[in-house]
Design a protein around this ligand. Structure first.
Ligand code: PMP
Length: 419
């Protein structure tokens, strides 16, 4: 499958080799790399993309959830164009910023006040900093398999270049083990930072009992609960927190919220966010030249107008139906293959065991995952090399049918390998 990929994609290969002269690995986003070289994407429209060799794909990656609206959504394109015509770097407070902040707070009730950043990574760095200042404590509990951004990645325990906070790394969905960590570290914990579903880490839903325990134990130990909803806020009109009825102290956002423009945000309880109010003595600094850039603010306002509660629910119902359908095909074939996720986010795993933690994700069969990836590309289905898919609004029945029949033919063709 890999050899066929190389033969089919000479332009992507040549482009990759030439890009390697200026960038390590030929790109500026490590997550996009895979052997032997990634496809060079030339353009997109709706839920389709075309690569440098002219092949058309259905875009089931959806920019790791940031592409929720599909490519060139007319309302978002119009909003960006309208902003451009009024000057793009205004050197001051602006109206779009205030309106967009109001819309974000209205959508997620636990955000009494919000601040914008340029990425989800920055949002998480600032949320952690807020917790450390507010509590006067230093330790932060995170979970194996979680991804909170560049410099904040905990798959396999952590990376040598992670920000040097005093991390305590627990096991996702392990109630008893995590309670033991609260017993050991509780009085020193500034915060628990958790994705309500591991996103990039394999679409592993946080079980309600686990997340409720985190809320209860952070309350009793005086630590802040930070929900990283950079990805999961798309799963319900008020984010996964709204769906679960859990109110975190701080929340971080990113990805799709600004319609695909670069974006991040952190927000939450008024007295915590007021630490950033420059009218207060000793206020915390939070700058960032592009935090209120009008292209992002304008696109974000349009994006949240498009994404009504009804539209959000419909997108996630479509995702649930697709995941259950694909998973049923795997079960019917008695294959060591399954799909996890919630709503519009799903990930394929090559295992027959339940997937509840980062270690469960890592235990899947890597060779089968690679085979699946290259075969799906040959079927015109584009998604993340790690197996993740995220639906966008233009994806309809036709696209879901195409994916299901590609999965079906994979299951038939490799029946023996998948037992
Ligand atoms: N948190 C989560 C849950 C993410 O998935 C990501 C990005 N994949 C981030 C934070 C970081 O966001 P960004 O890439 O915008 O820095």
């Amino acid at each position: 499958a890999r050899r066929a990929f190389v033969e089919r994609n000479p332009e992507s290969r040549a482009g990759f080799e030439s890009a390697c002269q200026a960038m390590p690995g030929g790109n500026t986003r490590t997550v996009l790399f895979h052997e032997p070289f990634p496809l060079r994407i030339a353009r997109g429209e709706g839920c389709r993309i075309w690569d440098a060799d002219g092949h058309e794909y259905i875009d089931f990656l959806g920019e790791f959830t940031a592409g929720l609206f599909g490519h060139s959504h007319p309302d978002i394109t119009a909003a960006v164009k309208a902003a451009i015509d009024n000057g793009i770097s205004l050197s001051g407070h602006n109206t779009l910023e205030a309106r967009f902040a109001g819309a974000v707070c209205a959508r997620f009730p636990s955000l009494e006040l919000v601040r914008f950043t340029n990425s989800g990574t920055e949002a998480n760095l600032l949320a952690i900093a807020t917790a450390k200042v507010a509590t006067g404590r230093s330790k932060v509990l995170v979970f194996d398999g979680a991804y909170h951004g560049s410099l904040l990645s905990f798959a396999g325990g952590g990376l040598p270049i992670n920000v040097p906070h005093a991390w305590v790394v627990g096991t996702y969905n392990d109630v008893a083990g995590t309670e033991a960590l609260f017993d050991a570290h509780g009085p020193e914990l500034a915060a628990v930072l958790v994705e309500p579903m591991l996103g990039a880490g394999g679409c592993v839903p946080g079980e309600p009992a686990f997340l409720e325990m985190l809320r209860a134990r952070t309350c009793s130990s005086g630590a802040l609960l930070i929900f990283d909803e950079v990805m999961t806020s798309r799963l319900a009109p008020g984010g996964r927190q709204g769906e679960l009825g859990i109110r975190p102290d701080l929340t971080t956002l990113g990805k799709y919220i600004a319609g695909g423009m670069s974006f991040g945000a952190f927000g939450g309880r008024r007295e915590l966010m007021s630490l950033y109010d420059p009218r207060q003595r000793g206020a915390l600094p939070h700058a960032g030249t592009f935090n209120n850039n009008v292209l992002t603010m304008s696109a974000g306002l349009a994006a949240l107008r498009v994404l009504t509660p009804e539209v959000t629910r419909a997108l996630n119902l479509r995702g649930d139906a697709l995941r259950l359908r694909l998973d049923a095909l795997c079960k019917a074939a008695r294959a060591n293959m399954l799909f996890t996720g919630i709503g519009s986010m799903l990930t394929v795993h090559f295992t027959d065991r339940p997937v509840r933690s980062g270690a469960d994700v890592a235990a899947g069969d890597a060779a089968l995952k690679e085979l699946f990836f290259f075969e799906m590309l040959a079927h015109g289905i584009y998604f993340a090399r790690r197996g993740m898919m995220a639906l966008s609004l233009p994806i309809g029945d036709l696209e879901c049918d195409r994916l299901a029949s590609a999965v079906e033919s994979f299951l038939t063709r490799h029946r023996a390998l998948l037992q």
